[in-house]
Write a protein of this length. Structure first.
Length: 235
């Protein structure tokens, strides 16, 4: 027996089990594709809502992405000129300086060595405790080297003073300090930065690597966190 399909004669079994299987297979693939699409849409919507929530937590933006990158280019040019005849050893303080370090070092066309120190001083609070904890057991080798310490912000001075004192025990040739932000305030420790991106008032800022309770680091700008969020427990 032959059945005509779109003007062509095909064996009956082509419309039987095999055709049904192909049809069911196509339907399964369509349903699977639809499920994946819905899941992706749902995840994207959830991410968008979280992004909006983070942005809603910011009272005001101090420096947007273009302003930050422009200033970093200027800082990189100055550092390049100052170390043009020397090999630089960069010590980045984790974790807040990661974005700053990445963008700055890519703009310094000099031979350099890079190492990192993991240091904790805020302990999940808005004010530093004054107690600086080094998570690294051993220090980087900086003996007789020209060292540039990179940090996200100069606040009370506790962290940078402790790091500088620790590195000085290894007898480097020189030590300079570079920070993205410096607060205009009286410091608990006598420490200055040789390179400063921006000076700011004594406000709690987040974004571009800076955090509150490990959040907001991935914001592409630097902004002031709403006062109502400070002191809230981590959720």
């Amino acid at each position: 027996m032959l059945i005509s399909v779109t003007g062509r004669a095909k064996p009956a079994f082509a419309q039987g089990y095999g055709g049904q299987a192909r049809s069911e297979g196509l339907g399964t693939r369509v349903r699977s594709s639809a499920c994946v699409s819905l899941a992706y849409s749902g995840n994207a919507q959830a991410r968008s809502m979280r992004d909006l929530q983070m942005q809603g937590d910011i009272e005001r933006v101090l420096f947007d992405g273009p302003a930050i990158h422009k200033r970093i280019r200027e800082m990189a040019a100055q550092i390049t000129a100052d170390y043009s005849d020397r090999e630089l050893t960069v010590i980045a303080i984790l974790t807040g300086s990661l974005m700053f370090m990445s963008d700055l070092l890519r703009r310094i066309p000099l031979p350099l060595k890079l190492d990192c120190l993991s240091v904790v001083s805020y302990h999940g609070k808005t004010q530093t405790s004054g107690q600086v904890i080094f998570k690294h057991v051993s220090l980087p080798d900086v003996t007789d080297r020209d060292v540039l310490i990179l940090d996200d912000i100069l606040d009370t001075g506790h962290t940078l003073a402790a790091v500088r004192k620790k590195l000085e025990t290894a007898k480097p040739r020189s030590i300079r300090v570079c920070v993205l932000l410096s607060k205009r305030k009286e410091r608990a420790r006598d420490v200055d930065a040789d390179y400063i991106g921006f000076e700011i008032d004594d406000e709690f800022v987040v974004g571009y690597g800076l955090d509150f309770m490990e959040r907001y680091r991935n914001l592409p700008y630097i902004g002031v966190l709403r006062n109502g969020l400070l002191g809230q427990p981590k959720q």
